[in-house]
Design a protein around this ligand. Structure first.
Ligand SMILES: Cc1cc2nc3c(=O)[nH]c(=O)nc-3n(C[C@H](O)[C@H](O)[C@H](O)COP(=O)(O)OP(=O)(O)OC[C@H]3O[C@@H](n4cnc5c(N)ncnc54)[C@H](O)[C@@H]3O)c2cc1C
Length: 329
């Protein structure tokens, strides 16, 4: 069944949910992704020695019924597991048990597991950085940033973070007016593997009075190799904002020092450490609607910056955009 060719830019959870939903309903979908794998901000980074880190979203939670039912499917498909972690609040060495009771989930064997699952059987083209699509008669002409033609499509859907979507939506000024209002906060993340177990009595912590906001023992999550002991440290948006142009090694040193102060773990020699800057980590105030769509010209956008931040919001945004498109057909 041919329902017109759809181009989706971005292979994070919103773009792949949108692509999966449309492909399951008979659309011919091509996904273009600038990096070399799926996941976006739910990526899993692997070192040359095969040590892995969830350096973006460390876990996700579930609020609504629709996402709850999807997560149940992913659990039975073996790509998600509950994360029953011991989580504390850390005030410069003093640890208090987390006050709330929250159910947390992780994808397995890494956070990119859900996106890999969604991408199965889809036409996903990696290492392809798409330039702003141009209108050509009744179709969208899509090129990469080097000017090479990637194809002509009846519909273009963009699932990049808000500032990148704004640039890609150049040919849809009405949508740009809305997307350009959405700011995204940055976050430095440090990945560290330790030579010896640290012996900390918790799996993760919210941090106070520190450049760090969150730390998690990656190797303690379900489905991950327990050794070597690995941690991911996440800086606050405010600290990151002040250190945006710093070298990654400088950031690694500072955040490891902050980790040692907060955990009281003075020694702890690392066998690997690296920093990653998420320039567009989370949208503090997302656009109120769950997606954007110019129904006449068939160009739209989805992502966590539409409707609701975080993994659940991104999933819903991609699913609802695809469903709206199906209603139009
Ligand atoms: C450090 C950090 C911690 C987080 N913690 C949590 C948490 O605890 N819980 C939670 O639920 N969420 C968390 N999040 C947020 C969560 O990761 C996001 O809400 C979700 O992954 C967003 O998915 P998305 O599909 O909207 O966007 P993305 O995952 O950003 O996907 C967009 C994709 O578009 C691609 N792209 C962009 N421009 C182009 C182009 N020109 N051409 C081709 N491809 C392009 C990108 O490479 C990317 O793969 C966190 C995020 C970060 C960074």
């Amino acid at each position: 069944m041919e329902k017109g060719a759809v181009c989706i830019i971005g292979a994070g959870i919103s773009g792949l949910t949108c692509a999966r939903t449309l492909a399951d309903r008979g659309y011919r979908v091509t996904v273009f992704e600038k990096s070399r794998g799926v996941g976006g901000r739910m990526s899993t980074r692997r070192t040359d020695d095969g040590v892995q880190f969830d350096h973006g979203a460390p876990y996700f939670t579930v609020q609504g019924e629709r996402f709850h039912s999807q997560v149940k499917h992913w659990i039975s498909d073996g790509v998600v597991q509950p994360w029953e972690a011991k989580i504390v609040e850390l005030y410069q060495g003093r640890a208090d048990q987390e006050g709330r009771r929250v159910e947390r989930y992780v994808a397995v064997p890494g956070m990119n597991g859900i996106c890999r699952h969604l991408a199965r059987g889809l036409d996903v083209r990696f290492n392809t950085r798409v330039a702003p699509p141009a209108r050509d008669g009744d179709t969208w002409l899509v090129r990469d940033e080097g000017g090479a033609e990637l194809g002509r499509f009846a519909t273009v859907l963009i699932s990049a973070p808000a500032p990148q979507s704004t640039a890609l939506l150049k040919a849809a000024p009405l949508l740009v007016k809305r997307s350009e209002r959405v700011r995204m906060a940055p976050s430095w993340a440090v990945m560290a593997a330790f030579r010896e177990p640290l012996g900390l009595a918790y799996d993760a912590a919210f941090i106070h009075a520190s450049p760090l906001t969150w730390i998690a023992k990656n190797s303690g999550k379900p489905g991950r190799p327990p050794s070597p002991e690995t941690w991911v440290l996440q800086a606050t948006p405010a600290w990151t904002g002040e250190q945006l142009e710093k070298e990654a090694d400088w950031v690694t040193d500072r955040l490891l020092a902050a980790f040692r102060v907060s955990t009281g773990c003075g020694s702890g020699e690392t066998s690997f450490s690296a920093a990653h800057l998420w320039r567009h980590a989370v949208p503090p105030e997302p656009h109120p609607g769950p997606f954007m769509l110019d129904e006449k010209r068939r160009i739209g956008a989805c992502g966590d910056w539409c409707g609701g931040p975080r993994v659940e919001g991104a999933f819903l945004s991609g699913a609802l955009l695809a469903e709206r498109l199906c209603e139009l057909a």
